[in-house]
Ligand binder design. Structure first.
Ligand SMILES: Cc1ncc(COP(=O)(O)O)c(C=O)c1O
Length: 311
């Protein structure tokens, strides 16, 4: 089986308990005018970033230091710090400001309490200096040279974890959904899902809902990550190919004023979901969910990727 071959070849560490549940939500589906709606509960297994971290942290010597970057309320930074700690590693993170919400404050506080070092840039312009400071300091926080993890964990090795999540979905549904909706930030999560959908031979549309600036959240970058992941699998000696034309993603914009700025549309979607017991964060979940309320959504059987783990 492909998932087993990938796990054997890349020996990821164990940070979560899989599979993440797939929940049917008929009442919420009706409220949205959908035939069927499932939530892929990545939020219950530590959030979407844990999938990638299982691969990014694998095989690194004890007491090593990881350096990464993200917004103050970045769940990627928090997931990295938490996962690293459970594996006996250290972390230094460089952060840049984002709009202050209750959620971003809570994540930032947890990151500060978990990471070994947080260097806060005063703006995006001074971020390179914050990264440099974090990188330099990282040399003294643990053993050996530090390990760099790109923002959002957008690395083909991490996409392997997201790919496995999509294969997991394949075992949880009797028939393909017509659409999978996922928040699109740095692209790794959507890349893994798109690769998984292509491998499964599904005609499902993967809709990446853009919640971050176009320079990071875009179709080109996401598909490139997916192709690099396919190449990585092949380089590990695993027979793997998907036709280029099968790798598809549709990017839909829901960012509003900017990354982390709640939108009216998102807040409305979050309120509707909350009425049905589903708690969405304003930066990713609520904005992504909001596209299901749009009159032109044109979808019927939907899987929504619920990614945000409440700190
Ligand atoms: C909660 C949450 N959902 C979705 C995403 C988007 O994932 P990706 O960066 O892989 O596109 C992120 C990224 O940080 C996230 O933290």
């Amino acid at each position: 089986m492909l998932a087993t071959k990938i796990r054997t070849a890349f020996a990821p560490c164990s940070l979560g308990t899989w599979p993440a549940a797939l929940e049917a939500h008929p009442a919420l589906a009706r409220a949205l005018g959908l035939q069927a709606l499932w939530l892929k509960r990545e939020d219950l297994t530590g959030g979407n970033k844990v999938r990638g971290l299982e691969f990014l942290l694998a095989g690194v010597p004890p007491r090593s230091v990881f350096v990464t970057v993200g917004a103050t309320g970045s769940s990627h930074c928090l997931a990295t710090a938490r996962s690293a700690k459970t594996q006996g590693y250290r972390t230094a993170v460089a952060t840049f400001p984002q709009p202050d919400t209750g959620v971003s404050r809570a994540v930032a506080a947890c990151t500060a309490a978990t990471a070994n070092l947080v260097v806060s840039a005063s703006s995006l312009f001074t971020l390179p200096w914050a990264v440099l400071r974090a990188w330099r300091a990282a040399h003294h926080l643990g053993r050996g040279a530090p390990h760099w993890i790109p923002g959002g964990g957008a690395d083909p090795r991490a996409v392997l974890g997201q790919f496995l999540a999509a294969l997991e979905l394949g075992t949880q549904l009797d028939a393909p959904p017509d659409t999978i909706v996922v928040p699109l930030g740095t692209g790794g999560t959507a890349a893994g899902i798109a690769l998984g959908v292509a491998w499964l031979g599904w005609s499902t549309a993967v809709v990446g809902v853009r919640v971050a600036p176009r320079i990071v959240a875009n179709r080109w970058r996401t598909l490139r990550l997916a192709r690099k992941t396919a190449a990585l699998i092949r380089r590990a000696g695993i027979e793997f190919s998907v036709p280029r034309s099968a790798l598809r993603i549709r990017v839909v914009d829901a960012m509003g004023k900017g990354y982390g700025h709640p939108t009216e549309e998102g807040e409305r979607a979050g309120a509707l979901a909350a009425e049905h017991g589903v708690r969405l964060d304003p930066t990713y979940g609520a904005k992504a969910f909001s596209v299901l309320q749009r009159a032109d959504a044109n979808v019927q059987r939907v899987v929504f990727w619920h990614t945000f783990a409440w700190p």
